[in-house]
Design a protein. Structure first.
Length: 172
């Protein structure tokens, strides 16, 4: 989600700071998105099935490793590079979505505290902090930040609910 503050928006040069630097690479990653959709969901429009695969870092590493094997054609190297780039962007997207969830919860918690409440959806601030200080849950549904819902005027992921439920189960 782009910042709403005018200065922050100017300091996020999506076109000149990303698209102009990597037009050929961006096109290849877009082709990878299309080809992957056709591989896993033939005939469907291009989309990211976030529950299909959540091992972005491992997959990215495998594609980097694949590029080290000798006797590959340039086209084969490009296929592995674009797949690795797609995985890098997927990892970054998930992390940024997780940050949005964390920040939205912090805003909601602060607003509720300001109104005299000491809990947010049944969780104290200490529980909330434990949710966000836990290690990453690789290869689990807790890492899947899926379809967004609107909470406190910001688009965030319901994945935080799963994380909070998991933390609560550890406390029992």
């Amino acid at each position: 989600m782009l910042p709403t503050d005018a200065t922050e928006r100017k300091n996020t040069p999506v076109y000149t700071g990303f698209m102009c630097f990597f037009p050929l690479g961006i096109a290849e990653v877009a082709k990878h998105s299309h080809d992957s959709t056709q591989q896993h969901h033939p005939g469907e429009p291009c989309h990211w099935d976030k529950n299909k695969s959540t091992d972005e870092k491992d997959s990215q590493a495998r594609h980097l490793l694949d590029q080290t094997f000798p006797d590959q054609t340039l086209d084969e190297l490009i296929l592995h590079a674009r797949a690795g780039a797609w995985r890098a962007m997927a990892n970054l997207e998930r992390l940024c979505a997780e940050r949005q969830v964390r920040d939205a919860w912090q805003r909601e918690y602060n607003a509720r505290v300001a109104n005299g409440e000491d809990e947010i959806r049944g969780h104290t601030y200490e529980t909330w902090m434990r949710v966000h200080k836990t290690p990453r849950f690789e290869n689990s549904n807790l890492q899947n930040l899926v379809e967004p819902e609107k909470i406190t005027g910001r688009w965030i992921s319901p994945g935080i609910e799963a994380k909070a439920a998991y933390i609560e189960s550890l406390n029992r």
